[in-house]
Design a protein. Structure first.
Length: 374
């Protein structure tokens, strides 16, 4: 399944872009090839709606027509449609177009304004709820992926056809290979060689910052962990022989491991937040967080992935809220998050229940805010 999550530089470039004919289209899609025509229809409907909105602007007709032409060309782009995910987010303006295939299910919509609505992309990047699972036994290895609303998806890894040979022990200068008894301490070297081949193939596919969950047979688990180089291989694994698990069982077990990992991380973060707030170095006030983000004071921001509030934030961080979305407004929390990213801070979208005080934001600060700013 395709996924096009951007890096921070690409995301900020889209957030910072300005043009009165900036079009954002979100369309449901599907990784199932037979659903392709329906996904294309959804995108066409979004383009038609964008064309109607553009017609009500003062943008010159030539620029409007160019934007719509580039969008319609995407519908006919065979290469783009070869592999899909669960949603498509497209950004188009005169002279540029960018399309992303996201693993999250998003509602269809189209918007025209002076900037792109990069919120869906920002939230997809900072609310990953994503992990990979490597299944390892003496019969071979498989790699799968799960996402926030994505079931178990198989991911290809390149392994040699004779992978099994790594478990065989040479006793006569290579003239004859004899397998050692399984599970003995004597074949540690072979088990680690076998695991290293798999591990090297896995890290070529799994991004360095995405959790990796190990579902390995009892004899191979310590070997894989001994040779692992992926920095987010979770300490807790799936303690069942991988060949005994159905895909549904594996996904359920993997989500339990991922949930436990994230709950532990967030609990530690909230404890740190409480300690720093007592020193004036943390806040759960949206107003204070907006000011802090505008003065490069936010080291790390957590915000509610489901919270929606439209408005405008000026250069000092003052918020003017709006009752509804419009061409001159944007999602307030998305703008705060973008300002944190621009200043080198870390951003993470989370569920509302993961935040302290019932507030939609929580920020750890680099330095206390001057009282005259808040």
């Amino acid at each position: 399944m395709a996924s096009d999550l951007p890096d921070t530089a690409t995301l900020l470039d889209l957030i910072d872009a300005r043009h009165p004919a900036s079009v954002t289209i979100v369309a449901p899609s599907s990784p199932i090839p037979s659903d392709r025509r329906l996904a294309q229809l959804q995108l066409r409907e979004g383009i038609d709606e964008a064309a109607r909105q553009l017609a009500d602007t003062d943008v010159p007709a030539e620029e409007r027509d160019g934007v719509i032409a580039s969008l319609r060309a995407l519908v006919d782009d065979e290469e783009f449609w070869q592999s899909q995910s669960r949603s498509i987010v497209v950004f188009a303006a005169p002279g540029r177009i960018a399309a992303f295939r996201l693993p999250s299910r998003l509602d269809a919509r189209a918007a025209v304004g002076d900037r792109f609505d990069a919120g869906p992309l920002l939230r997809a990047v900072t609310f990953p709820r994503r992990a990979f699972i490597v299944r390892l036994s003496r019969d071979g290895a498989r790699l799968s992926e799960i996402g926030p609303d994505q079931g178990l998806t198989e991911r290809a890894i390149e392994l040699p056809d004779d992978l099994w040979a790594a478990l065989e022990h040479t006793t006569t200068d290579g003239q004859r290979d004899m397998p050692r008894p399984q599970g003995t301490t004597g074949d540690r070297i072979e088990r680690e060689k076998f695991s290293r081949i798999v591990q090297d193939a896995v890290v070529r596919v799994v991004p360095a910052d995405v959790p990796l969950i190990l579902a390995a047979s009892q004899d191979l688990e310590p070997a894989y962990r001994a040779v692992n180089t992926h920095r987010v291989l979770l300490e807790r694994g799936i303690h069942a022989h991988p060949d005994s698990l159905s895909d549904a069982d594996l996904e359920r077990a993997a989500r339990e491991v991922l949930d436990a990992h994230e709950h532990g991380e967030l609990a530690a973060w909230r404890e740190r937040f409480g300690s720093l707030r007592a020193q004036g170095l943390a806040t759960s006030s949206v107003r204070e967080t907006a000011v802090a983000a505008s003065t490069a004071a936010v080291e790390e921001l957590l915000f509610d992935v489901g919270f929606e509030q439209e408005g405008v934030i000026d250069d000092t961080g003052h918020i003017t809220r709006a009752p509804d979305a419009g061409p001159g407004t944007y999602a307030v929390l998305d703008e705060i998050a973008a300002r944190v990213l621009r200043s080198g801070g870390r951003v993470r979208a989370v569920r509302s229940t993961d935040l302290p005080d019932g507030a939609p934001v929580a920020a750890v600060l680099r330095f206390p805010l001057p009282t005259d700013l808040v």
